[in-house]
Design a binder for this molecule. Structure first.
Ligand code: ATP
Ligand code: MG
Length: 455
């Protein structure tokens, strides 16, 4: 059989044809399988990557959580978090220790009623006034310097309290409250105040002793001298050796020495009187309602003997109907000291100038109606050093010329401690002096009213 016949025969061989077809199909399947294998391994790779990513994220989350909990865990402040419904979602160990509740016990609870201590009348701080709830409402920071919390056992303790919004992707999810027990701080503060009081009392006593020592010493020396001279005079008289000259010398000595004794003892007496006035918070408070304008006019009238020889204009601006419920005697004393100072320190005897008193009601702000009393002179003013020390006891630029440096200390004590007000001074050299006093229109009751008023 020729070669050609063989190939023709095989081309028509149905078995071969079938084999070829099967072969082609198999090749296509292999290609398909290869394609699927590639796709599959790409998907597996993707899955592996995303699994890896998830692992990384959850690892980061765990790290973050442990970082945050180690921060909140080591904080000396109590921290708790509430959601927008006011329910607790987190509490750190310090908050648990301070409040006596565990986080799991309060989870989902309305924490407000649990932590705030009831007031003396049994009522609780209203939710609307609670800083954390304010933060829930307005999304802002709120704080309070002193509030009262209670522990699970019912013990209440003072806290300082700060709240801030809890934000997630720009949306508020709740509020974070941070608080600390300030019991010890308050005790320390109180102790410090007591120590300062004692120190300033000690300083005052030392100051008074020092100030009174000199005039009393000079007075005693003068009287001793009078006594010695009188004994000598008596001996000379007894011996019959008195001359007209010795009598005249003796009288001169007596007049001079008694003048020295009188002025120095007078100065000591003034110091002691002023010192008594400084101790205003030991004096009884007399509170009455009076019209300010006639009260001040009467006071200015009583100062006429001091004012009438001076070329000074006194101006008073005050509404006829403005009244105050306060201690009228203290107010008089304040104005007298201010005017006295202007007469002594602001102007020379023959220098002209103006003293002005303006009284007005301040616009109502907060809980208390206030009255502003502004006193000014256009005299020589004071240096910055004098302005800064003006209210300190014994601070005077007139030592040795009759100034004890207690006048403005008395004014300060009367304004702040007796009349529950504030006082500021504005002044510069050659710019006059301006005293701004703010007083409550109605004075509150004062607790220590046991000792008699000192005059
Ligand atoms: N209106 C004023 N103008 C300028 N200086 C003043 C005025 N008022 C007070 N000072 C300064 O403040 C100081 C303290 O005043 P303060 O009234 O306390 O004491 P003082 O007048 O010197 O003595 P005193 O105890 O007798 O009042 C004064 O010595 C004076 O230097
Ligand atoms: Mg004075």
């Amino acid at each position: 059989m020729s070669e050609q016949n063989v190939s023709e025969q095989s081309a028509n061989d149905p078995e071969l044809i079938q084999l070829r077809r099967t072969n082609r199909m198999l090749q296509q399947r292999v290609k398909q399988a290869e394609r699927i294998r590639k796709q599959w391994s790409a998907a597996v790779l993707q899955l592996e990557e995303s699994h890896e990513r998830e692992k990384r994220i959850s690892q980061q989350l765990v790290e973050k959580e442990s970082f945050l909990s180690s921060i909140t865990g080591s904080m000396n402040e109590g921290v708790y978090v509430i959601n927008n419904d006011g329910e607790l979602t987190f509490m750190n160990p310090k908050a648990e220790a301070l409040l006596g509740w565990t986080q799991s016990e309060l989870l989902g609870e309305d924490v407000h009623a649990r932590v705030h201590a009831p007031r003396a009348d049994g009522s609780l701080l209203e939710v609307a006034h609670c800083p954390v709830h304010k933060t829930l409402l307005d999304g802002r920071h709120h704080s309070t310097e002193k509030d009262w919390f209670q522990s699970r056992s019912g013990n209440s303790f003072p806290v300082a309290f700060f709240s801030s919004p809890l934000m997630e992707d720009g949306v508020q999810r709740g509020a974070v409250a941070v608080f600390r027990n300030i019991e010890q701080e308050l005790e320390m503060e109180q102790r410090l105040i007591e120590t300062e009081k004692m120190a300033s009392l000690g300083g005052m006593v030392a100051g008074v002793a020092h100030e009174v020592n000199t005039p009393v010493g000079v007075g005693v020396t003068a009287i001793t001298y009078i006594s010695d001279e009188t004994k000598n005079f008596q001996q000379a008289f007894a011996a019959g050796g008195l001359t007209k000259q010795s009598l005249s010398d003796y009288l001169d000595t007596m007049i001079e020495s008694s003048e020295i004794a009188e002025s120095n003892l007078g100065r000591a007496a003034k110091l002691i009187r002023d010192f008594k006035k400084v101790a205003v918070n030991q004096s009884i408070t007399q509170c009455d309602t009076f019209l300010l304008k006639p009260h001040i006019e009467e006071l200015l009238h009583s100062l006429q003997p001091r004012l009438k020889h001076r070329p000074l204009e006194v101006k008073l601006h005050c509404s006829d109907t403005l009244s105050i419920e306060s201690d009228s005697g203290a107010l008089t004393q304040i104005l007298v000291n201010l005017i006295e100072n202007s007469l002594i320190h602001a102007f020379e005897e023959d220098e002209s100038g103006t003293l002005s008193i303006e009284v007005e009601e301040l616009p109502h702000s907060g809980t208390q109606q206030k009255i502003r009393l502004s006193y000014r002179d256009d005299g020589r003013g004071m240096t910055e050093v004098v302005r800064q020390h003006i209210f300190e006891p014994f601070f005077t630029t007139c030592r040795g010329k009759g100034g004890s440096g207690l006048g403005m200390q008395i004014v300060y004590n009367l304004v702040v401690h007796r009349l529950q007000g504030t006082i500021q001074v504005e002044s510069a050299e050659e710019q006059g002096a301006h005293f701004l006093i703010a007083l409550p229109a109605v004075m509150q009751d004062q607790p220590d009213t046991t000792v008699e008023r000192s005059n």
